[in-house]
Ligand binder design. Structure first.
Ligand code: FRU
Length: 494
């Protein structure tokens, strides 16, 4: 095996080598976490440690495919300004020879401890799965636990699709949820417990396909997360193998949550229906942390498994993270809002009030661009459809449309004509209350739109021409009033 330091050196060399190519890409984002080169996927080890936020990520430095995974690392004092840190984990040991897979972080007596899956495949393609620890005093240099792995393969009745531990402490005991698959190929989330993080016992099954009246719900549940919000237990997971149902489940794999109550004696969770966290395109494997302000903050991979063809691959990199969102629970539904620190990078406010749009399309002075935040409040008169077109080319061949269809009572994100890259349309029901508020975050190659103060969120990557900067508001079949419009440019973080 190659030594840890040597693997890291090799990866750093690759980063250095590709730097100018990667940085020549117009689609490099200005305020979203990206890999320095190669591929980024799941957020890992999201934690606030000694007052600073740390976010690790699944990282393949040597290509834009899902190769051998390392843990990359960023840190931040405010969740907005991120500093790239040295690589935290490299797959140097026998128990992780095919990658340091996803996991989480906790603080244990002042030590930042990572818990992750060591992935092993032998020459015949047989898989082994090991849960491992790595510790750090300074939050920068990590040392793997000498008696790794702490869990060897899966419990009886499950396959080796057993990974992505998320750990937390409750009443003095460490608990872990982990993604699993039964030998009948049904997705599961399992609960484990431990006194010392080193020796673990299975408690039971939390949820899964064909249990708790859920019906058929996929062959594998990846990246679970379990936490309390407003007195309820929330289970987040990324189930694989759910068929599309109308507007639901249209991406290759889903990410969503259940609200309910976990019985810590049996592990079982009584829960309501699965709800998708994001109604758009690229969104997967979200992970949360609780910060010292008591906020439950979520970051997700702004990408999807098996989407390996984004135009950025030509420039040696692929994928990014979403902006951080704060979760709240209202009437058993999760409301998601951008962290308020996003306001720290606003600049150049442009503002309008009470603009009537009557069966037409308008452009407004100072409202255009590619890296910006916009808040728009619409009041509906009699239009049957209204919204905004972003990243429009002069001839409008290119455009990304966010709009509300009052007949269907649906909000729609249409990237059929967004430029290069994946296409498609996503829709979600939103009751017509004759008022709609949009909070849009636009970056060089991404859109995130928070609707009605976080009732729904749509996320997607788009790859328009860099000259396509037009923004147009429109109403069809009558009028709407753009009650309030505020737009800020965003100070680049990267
Ligand atoms: C989810 C996932 C995890 C795994 C990791 C490997 O995207 O497949 O289940 O730990 O990615 O990179």
């Amino acid at each position: 095996m190659i030594k840890n330091e040597d693997l890291i050196k090799k990866a750093n060399k690759e980063i250095e080598k590709n730097k100018s190519l990667v940085n020549s890409d117009y689609y490099r984002l200005k305020y979203h976490i990206m890999p320095p080169t190669g591929l980024l996927n799941d957020p890992n080890g999201f934690i606030q440690f000694k007052g600073e936020y740390h976010l690790f990520y699944q990282f393949h430095p040597f290509g834009t495919n899902h190769g051998l995974k390392y843990w990359g690392h960023y840190k931040s004092i405010d969740l907005v300004n991120w500093e790239a840190m040295p690589i935290a984990l490299a797959p140097s040991e026998w128990y992780e020879s095919h990658g340091c897979y996803s996991g989480s972080a906790i603080e244990d007596n002042g030590i930042l401890t990572l818990i992750y899956t060591g992935n092993v495949k032998d020459k015949q393609g047989n898989r082994e799965t090991y849960q491992c620890l790595a510790m750090s005093e300074d939050g920068v240099e990590f040392e793997k636990y000498k008696d790794n792995p702490v869990i060897h393969n899966q419990p009886k009745g499950y396959t080796r699709h057993f990974r992505d531990p998320k750990v937390w402490k409750k009443d003095g005991i460490w608990y872990m949820v982990i993604g699993a698959q039964t030998i009948k190929e049904e997705g599961r989330v399992l609960l484990f417990k431990s006194k010392d993080l080193k020796s673990w016992d299975m408690v039971g099954e939390v949820a899964g396909s064909n249990i708790n009246n859920l019906g058929d719900f996929g062959f594998m549940w990846e990246c679970p997360d379990l936490f309390e919000l407003n007195g309820k237990d929330i289970l987040i997971s990324s189930p694989q193998g759910i068929k599309p149902q109308g507007d639901l489940y249209n991406n290759i794999y889903q990410s969503g949550y259940f609200v309910g109550k976990v019985d810590y004696k049996t592990g079982n969770m009584q829960h309501e229906d699965f709800v998708e966290l994001d109604r758009g395109f690229e969104f997967y494997a979200p992970q949360t942390t609780l910060d010292d302000k008591g906020r439950r903050i979520l970051i997700a991979w702004m990408g999807l498994p098996e989407e390996e063809d984004h135009p950025t691959t030509e420039k040696g990199w692929i994928h990014a993270m979403t902006i951080p969102r704060v979760l709240e629970l209202k009437e058993n539904k999760i409301i998601q809002k951008p962290v308020e620190e996003m306001e720290n990078i606003r600049k150049n406010l442009a503002k309008y009030e009470n603009i009537k749009i009557n069966s037409s399309e308008i452009m407004l002075e100072n409202i255009s661009g590619d890296v910006l935040e916009m808040e728009a409040i619409f009041e509906v008169d009699d239009a049957y459809e209204f919204g905004v077109k972003l990243r429009c080319s002069d001839d409008e061949k290119e455009k990304t449309i966010l709009y509300y269809d009052r007949k269907m009572q649906k909000f729609i994100f249409d990237r059929e004509n967004s430029g290069k890259g994946y296409k498609g349309v996503r829709r979600c029901y939103i009751e017509d209350k004759k008022k709609l508020k949009l909070n849009i975050f636009l970056d060089t190659s991404s859109v995130e739109v928070f609707i009605n103060d976080g009732q729904e969120v749509f996320t997607g990557r788009i790859y328009p021409d860099k000259q396509s900067l037009g923004i147009k508001f429109f109403a069809k079949g009558g009028s709407v009033i753009l009650k309030e419009l505020r737009k800020w440019d965003i100070k680049p973080v990267f």
